[in-house]
Write a protein of this length. Sequence first.
Length: 321
Amino acid sequence: MAHLSMNRRDFLRGSLAAATVAACQGPTLAAEAKPIFRLSLAEWSFHQHLFGRAEPKMDNLDFAKTARDFGIEGLEYVNQFFADKGTDETYLTQMKQRAADMGVQSLLIMVDGEGALGNPDKAQRAEVVHKHHKWIDAAKFLGCHSIRVNAQSDGKLRLDEQMKLAADGLRQLTEYGAAQDINVIVENHGGPSSNGKWLVGVMKLVDHPRCGILPDFGNFAVDRRTNEWYDRYQGVAEFMPYAKAVSAKSYDFDEDRPWVTVDKGSGKETDFLKMMRIVLDAGYRSWVGIEFEGRMDEYEGVRATKDLLERVRTELTPDYT
């Protein structure tokens, strides 16, 4: 028995030593540590190629492969690139299969062109809500968690009236989405929606856990005619309690300031390190979407944005783990 006890002690010592070595080595044999945020790709990043304005022309069905080629695992579709296929199950099946084949995840559909959810006319507002239903159905079929919509109304009305109308349309649509476990999220997309306080006010009126916001780092032009802009850092901070996704809008890059992208059209800048601190300080740990809108080649712009976000993640990981 003494011999057996000695073997057992030796075994335990060896097991303890092996566990200690594994812990010191970090995520090797054990599962890798979960990153503080994951990268997805907004299809709009390639709008010039998808619209055929730049070569080579891209097809919507190739979006999943394009994302995988960049090493990106999340897809954010734009309905404009398959606008007539929203109810085409054969086509949607192809999209779903392409994503599965590439090992990437369908996350959301950005929806435009279906009318103002805050239309002042009650019947027309209901019609617009109904037009959005097919995109919730498509999102469900593809395995997405959300559709992104716009909180639009009649710009001639007072802001509080627009807020009530937009909230009513959103509430109707959200109730339809909730029945299918699909979120309805609003992007700051110009006009009142780029005013942080206004869009938060809409969220409070909708008052539904399935309705949220897609904070976009760049879309804070309240009125370009008068050059009225909302502070982007304040806006994102106000939006984050309602965020169900994040859009890291990028433009052109400044070699002397490695964290900054610059919209050369407006002269506005975004400090990604500062912005991602706001996002992470809010407790957000999910997908961050690359959405490039700069003047350089789109493929190069996506690559540069991915590199920037990866550097930001490396820089911030010690502070948020």
